[in-house]
Design a protein around this ligand. Structure first.
Ligand code: SF4
Ligand code: SF4
Length: 258
């Protein structure tokens, strides 16, 4: 009997907090390649796939997507953290705060009135990346995450290898693929300040990078900002940086550098 068959499989939980569940669909999109992971992973909790009657008391790895946008989400996140040896945040909402973090940049108590008629019992929490609430062992960014990157990382993590996502901008993949630089047409692309690894998929479609994989460490926003402000207003730029919740990360990085 081969080693793979005799070795105990790792118990895995795939958990969605408030989200579009896009990361789980990315997993399904990998088809056979995703199913092959079950040679060494046991999908012990994967509600989108099937209802699990009794949740195990322990997981080797929990993949968590979405954000804790309610009291129940917060409790669930802490519960999963307590039960899991490793917790891996997947997707922009879990890694950066993502689209819901836009509300942190406005008066959330005012804005909630646009959505709900009665707001008294609505949790209107501050949106935060998971790492600001519980210990996160690894992060896979993207909106949604890149399926091939996910498969690669899972296989490495299984062997105890936690490679850092390369610190090179989206421009690297964009130019390697010979796409025309949108900055030349005055379009506000965030590629130079955004962590690559998505194969510049938006640029392939002729669409600018909006920073869903988060900012590069030590990014110099000031230089890029000067360039972008030649073609767009400060307000437009501010909205762009708020889209996936990267504005506060960039400001925090700049604060640390001073
Ligand atoms: S289009 Fe965007 S990602 Fe591509 S090279 Fe230009 S700035 Fe970089
Ligand atoms: S090009 Fe930018 S916005 Fe598009 S997937 Fe890559 S990092 Fe995200």
């Amino acid at each position: 009997m081969s080693n793979t068959k005799t070795k105990k499989k790792l118990k895995v939980a795939i958990v969605a907090l408030t989200s579009c569940e896009g990361e789980q669909f990315v997993m399904f999109d990998q088809g056979e390649e995703f199913l092959k992971l079950t040679e060494f992973l046991e999908l012990s909790e994967f509600k989108l796939f099937e209802e699990v009657e009794a949740e195990p008391r322990y997981f080797d790895i929990a993949f968590v997507e979405g954000g804790p946008l309610s009291k129940e989400d917060l409790e669930r996140l802490k519960e999963i953290r307590g039960k899991s040896k490793l917790l891996i945040a997947i997707g922009s909402c879990a890694v950066l705060g993502g689209i819901p973090e836009m509300k942190n940049y406005v008066n959330k108590d005012e804005k909630i009135k646009y959505v709900y008629q009665y707001t008294k019992h609505i949790n209107n929490v501050e949106v935060k990346p998971l790492r600001e609430i519980v210990k996160v062992d690894y992060e896979i960014p993207g909106c949604p995450m890149d399926g091939k990157e996910f498969l690669r990382i899972v296989k490495a993590v299984r062997k105890g290898v936690f490679n850092k996502i390369p610190e090179r901008p989206v421009c690297f993949e964009c130019q390697t693929n010979n796409y025309k630089c949108l900055l030349l047409d005055g379009k506000p692309c965030l590629g130079p300040i955004t962590k690559g690894g998505c194969d510049a998929v938006c640029l392939y479609g002729g669409y600018q990078c909006e920073g869903c994989r988060g900012p590069l460490d030590n990014v110099n926003l000031e230089n890029h900002q000067k360039l972008l402000l030649k073609n767009i207003s400060k307000r437009h730029l501010s909205h762009l940086l708020e889209l996936y919740g990267i504005k506060d990360d960039i400001l925090e990085n700049q604060r640390k550098e001073k």
